[in-house]
Design a protein around this ligand. Structure first.
Ligand code: PEP
Ligand code: MN
Length: 442
């Protein structure tokens, strides 16, 4: 395979910012090239091995975080809450679903957004769309919407700060399984799902006491691995952070452990496929309702020619009305081809709609039903429902309707904070985890 890492430059590159100043872009890229890697090739290999277990049916992937991260984070609280939510969901899935859970955050790099329309209209004013903090500002002024290449450097710095905190939280004792109750403390009193979790945490405590009484060393449970991921959208950024691994001489994307190609940029003749096929990270590809089985097979040939389990994960996002009809033929043909890929359900992106008063939202019932459809399809084909890919936050936002604390369309304004797509809040996320654990066991 050719490892010329710049052939993508000759190919159609969708969803790229139109920078007004080429010299300013070159300066930002040169700066990025001089900076150290954010993640290490060995960590990417380790994740690839864990995703191979997902593809073989021996583990379950939980991937979650914001639709779009923001540079304006103000402290550690939001990230801590997000991690706590992921940890609680993972515990529910591991314990109630009895399956090892591979944990990946949609964070430390999720700053660039593909857009369905290049322009946005408000009160008769039309401006270029917001494309994520890595490109321009969400503020609705002509000036703010001009793409600024220095934002690529800010993306690197924001990713580094986030990863540093993630590593501190997950390795410094906070993620210790003996803390299962502590993650829930601010949550139990007013929430039925918090109480349900508390009961499960008590069972885990008893199991840990039992293990200790038997002389098992439980120190191994004192930290967890949570990997980073984002959509590899901005090719100048990803190229500047592609480095040759000194151990193997192979190129790796060092902007995040797991990189995915979005539904809008997975065209086979395009620049995104061309760059990502050359790096050795585990890779994801989103597959929407129009993806055909032949598209899936061609993506496997392009991205996983060596048929290496763990290399490729398909993240399907069909929508609740289509998953039962569209998913079987993809899974069927891919399975018949002999390729071993991971199948993961993104129940968010096929279920977005806009309310009469202008809020982009999703119904919790639709999200849950797409996951149910995903499980039904895999169960009937004898394949493995390998995981879920969620847009969620640890804060009590009101962005999706339904779930345990009933939120309806009229409540969305109360705490609608997302920079892009609507996320499940902590209650909704934990509710979902209990439901998915039940589906996994059934
Ligand atoms: C996303 O994950 O936020 C996204 C834009 O997804 P998709 O490419 O599936 O539309
Ligand atoms: Mn999104």
């Amino acid at each position: 395979m050719s490892t010329d890492l710049d052939t993508w430059r000759e190919l159609p590159a969708l969803q790229q910012p139109d920078y007004p100043d080429a010299a300013a872009l070159a300066a930002a890229v040169a700066e990025l090239q001089s900076l150290p890697p954010l993640v290490f090739a060995g960590e990417c290999d380790q994740l690839k091995e864990r995703l191979a277990a997902v593809a073989r049916g021996e583990a379950f992937l939980l991937q979650g975080g914001d639709c779009a991260e923001s540079f304006d984070v103000r402290g550690a609280d939001a990230l801590r809450a997000k991690l706590k939510t992921l940890l609680q969901m993972a515990v529910v899935l591991t314990y109630a679903g009895s399956v090892p859970v591979v944990k990946i955050g949609r964070f430390a790099g999720q700053y660039a957004k593909p857009r369905s329309s290049p322009v946005e209209k408000r009160n008769g004013v039309e401006l270029p769309s917001y494309r994520g903090d890595a490109v321009n500002s969400i503020e609705f002024t002509a000036e703010a919407r001009i793409p600024d290449p220095q934002r690529l450097v800010k993306m690197y710095n924001a990713s580094a700060a986030t990863l540093n905190l993630v590593r501190a939280f997950t390795k410094g004792g906070y993620a210790d399984l003996r803390q299962v109750h502590a993650w829930n403390q601010d949550f139990v009193a007013d929430s039925p799902v918090g109480q349900r979790y508390e009961a499960l945490a008590a069972e885990i405590d008893r199991a840990l006491d039992f293990m200790r009484a038997c002389g098992v060393d439980t120190d191994a449970l004192s930290s967890v691995d949570i990997y980073s991921s984002h959509e590899a959208l901005l090719l100048e950024y990803e190229r500047a952070l592609t480095r040759i691994d000194s151990r193997t001489g192979q190129p790796y994307g060092v902007s995040g452990h797991f990189l995915w190609i979005g539904e809008r940029t997975r065209n086979l003749d395009g620049a995104h496929i061309d760059l990502l096929r050359k790096i050795r990270n585990p890779i994801g590809v989103k597959l929407g309702p129009n993806a055909t089985a032949d598209d899936a097979l061609a993506l496997i040939d392009a991205l996983d020619p060596e048929r290496e389990p763990g290399r490729l994960t398909f993240i399907t996002r069909m929508g609740t009305g289509k998953v039962r009809e569209n998913l079987p033929r993809l899974v069927d043909k891919v399975t018949a081809s002999g390729a071993v890929v991971g199948w993961v359900c993104d129940p968010m992106h096929g279920n977005t709609y806009e309310t009469a008063n202008g809020y982009k939202t999703r119904k919790f019932t639709d999200v849950l039903d797409e996951v149910r459809g995903f499980f039904e399809v895999h169960r009937s084909l004898g394949t493995h429902p390998g995981g879920i890919h969620m847009e969620l936050t640890g804060d009590d936002v009101t962005e999706c309707t339904g779930g345990g604390h009933v939120i309806d369309e009229a409540d969305l304004h109360q705490r609608y904070e997302t920079a892009c797509d609507p996320r499940l809040n902590r209650t909704q996320s934990l509710d979902l985890a209990f439901e998915v654990a039940r589906m996994y066991r059934e």
